[in-house]
Design a protein around this ligand. Structure first.
Ligand code: GCB
Length: 600
């Protein structure tokens, strides 16, 4: 025993036992003390995962993550990161290296950099998102493993990082799996790589992990004075720590003391002007623990339903929306900047939108924040799409984790009004268990927003469409996708009637059809702009007849890459349902929707 103990001490002292661990996502990374690791990373394409498994398919200790270099002339090392080209991070590999356009598999990334950790502080290694499966190593040691392509994660790497030169290596694998979320088939490009920002975050040993500041909807306003609710969570369960909340413009300066679990909360009165699409007012907020102050900009609003209406700040609102994929505005490739988001959202504004559906996965934080500044309401969702492995507990855990991480990242964004837990899922008892659990989980984490999911019409005969979904009781807003005029019933939209037997607001989360920009012809000729234009005319007239229609997000703002869209000369691996072409040119249907929204 004694021997064991002294060996352990020796190992700890020599750093050989140094461990890293995944720690809960830290909120508001943009406001923290960070060192960016964005930029050029060397990469190795590893089709057979040679750098991870030995020739008996066992994980090897001598993998690429040790970044070996020959020490003697006779040494055999069959890789060299430093001789390999580089990829830009953040970014997908598919649009940076022609050879990788269709590639799905493993790519190793390596970054060498100088770093000088500050005495007494801890260092977290943060990834905004890596698609899909990431093994992370720091100076040859494993920092951790993460799955899920669209949410942030961070490891405490204090014990792995050195003063001076450091090496971070990430094995990224974007192979699709039936048990994964999303599953094996989905209608968008499976962009692989380190697709969002990477940085080191320097924190005190005790730091603010997350916080939440919002309007308390249960207390009515009196002469403009409202109740705000603030809660904060430290990374450790330490009691008696003082956290100060300041909102200078509202003359708020309030201290709270943490309880045994390291959390604190308080209600306070203030007279904020409310955030809305017309007045997207954000207040500067400071949250201080010890010497460290986090800054944020937060807006206040309420969102609720009354019968078949959606009420924003107590007033009925029609959600004039459009669906958006996270792709760069000109051409394909994953988007990850305020500029990309601004361009896409400006197009939505030009359409007359006050709302966007950010499909089909959590979009990057820049986009959400830019939408908030521009006054765009947001529906945010997880990639629980089509044929998920409903019976698999690991698949559920994965979906729940993505949902949790999406909510924890964005819970202070006033513009997000809807969390959606699924899209077009086939009905079964197992699916119902899975989705109802997810919906309850979302509500438990955040009861200040509405819950929804994109459903499907389950029965249609004699032009009568009926929505029937057991999940209706778990959602606040009933949403469904419908493709009358494209996948079904071309020219029959005028004959349709609708039965939505729930006393809840209705959102049409998708409708639309494809057109190749610049292709003209008769309105019954597929792929022409005239066909799409006519489809929009018929659909908007049809939707006007749906009782309780509270909003729509037609499919979609811009043509986007999809491996399922193989029709040469027309699709060329693009889903052509955009109102804008992949290069940002407006199609005729744009004007139909714009005119319709002008009447709403
Ligand atoms: C849908 C899906 C969406 C597809 C779209 C289409 O229902 O939700 O992801 O891209 O249809 O174009 O078929």
């Amino acid at each position: 025993m004694r021997k064991l103990l002294s060996t352990s001490l020796l190992l700890i002292a020599s750093g050989l036992w140094a461990v890293a661990q995944e720690v809960p996502q830290v909120a508001n990374v943009m406001a923290r003390q960070t060192t960016s690791l964005n930029g050029a990373w060397n990469y190795i394409v590893d089709v057979q995962e040679e750098g991870y498994y030995d020739y008996r398919m066992n994980p090897t200790r001598w993998g690429f993550f040790i970044n070996a270099k020959p020490q003697r002339p006779e040494d055999l090392i069959e890789y060299d990161f430093d001789k390999n080209p580089t990829l830009q991070v953040p970014g997908d590999w598919n649009t940076q290296d022609e050879r990788l356009f269709f590639y799905e598999g493993t790519v190793w990334y390596k970054k060498s950099f100088d770093f000088h950790p500050q005495e007494g502080r801890r260092t977290l290694l943060y990834f905004g998102a890596v698609n899909y499966d990431a093994h992370v190593y720091v100076n040859g040691r494993k920092a951790g493993h993460h799955i899920g392509g669209f949410t942030p994660f961070n490891f405490d790497v204090t014990d792995l990082i050195k003063d001076g030169e450091n090496v971070v290596i990430v094995k990224v694998d974007n192979k699709r799996h039936a048990e994964a979320v999303p599953t094996q088939i989905f209608d968008w490009w499976n962009y692989g790589g380190i697709t969002r920002d990477v940085c080191l975050i320097s924190v005190e040993p005790l730091y603010i992990e997350n916080y939440k500041l919002l309007l308390d909807k249960t207390v009515p306003a009196k002469k403009g004075v409202r109740q705000l609710h603030f809660s904060v969570k430290l990374n450790k369960a330490e009691a008696g720590k003082t956290v100060t909340l300041r909102i200078p413009e509202l003359k708020v300066s309030q201290q709270v003391m943490t309880a045994d679990d390291g959390t604190a909360s308080i209600s306070l009165k203030a007279k904020p002007q409310l955030w809305s699409p017309e007045t997207p007012i954000l207040y500067k907020v400071e949250i201080q623990l010890g010497q460290e102050t986090l800054k944020d900009e937060i807006g206040f609003r309420t969102i609720e339903t009354r019968g078949k209406q959606i009420l924003l700040n107590g007033q009925p609102i029609f959600l004039k929306g459009i669906s958006i994929h996270e792709e760069k505005p000109n051409g394909g490739g994953r988007a990850n900047s305020t500029e990309d988001a601004h361009t896409l959202l400006s197009w939505a504004k030009e359409l007359g939108c006050n709302y966007v559906r950010l499909a089909h996965y959590p979009h990057n934080e820049y986009a959400i924040r830019e939408a908030e500044r521009m006054g765009m309401l947001v529906w945010s969702e997880i990639p629980c799409y089509w044929t998920i492995a409903w019976k698999n507990p690991d698949t559920y855990a994965n979906a729940e984790r993505q949902l949790t991480d999406m909510i924890l990242r964005d819970q202070n964004r006033a513009n997000i009004i809807i969390w959606s837990v699924a899209n077009e899922t086939p009905h079964s008892p197992e699916r119902d268990v899975f989705l109802s659990k997810l919906a309850k989980h979302a509500r438990q984490l955040d009861d200040s927003r509405l819950i929804s999911m994109a459903m499907e019409v389950t029965s249609a005969s004699n032009y009568h469409n009926k929505l029937q979904d057991n999940m209706n009781e778990y959602v606040d807003v009933v949403s469904f996708n419908q493709y009358i005029g494209w996948y079904r019933d071309v020219n029959d939209a005028p004959k349709m009637s609708w039965e939505i037997p729930y006393e809840k607001p209705v959102i049409i989360s998708e409708f639309g059809g494809g057109a190749r920009y610049g292709l003209h012809g008769e309105k019954n000729q597929r792929w022409t702009e005239e066909f799409q234009e006519n489809l929009y005319k018929e659909n908007t007239a049809m939707l006007d007849k749906i009782e309780g229609l509270a909003g729509t997000t037609p499919w979609i703002l811009k043509d986007f890459r999809s491996p399922r869209r193989v029709l040469t000369g027309i699709q060329d691996y693009y889903n052509r349902k955009g109102l804008f072409s992949d290069k940002g040119e407006k199609k005729k249907a744009f004007y139909v929707l714009k005119d319709w929204y002008a009447t709403k």
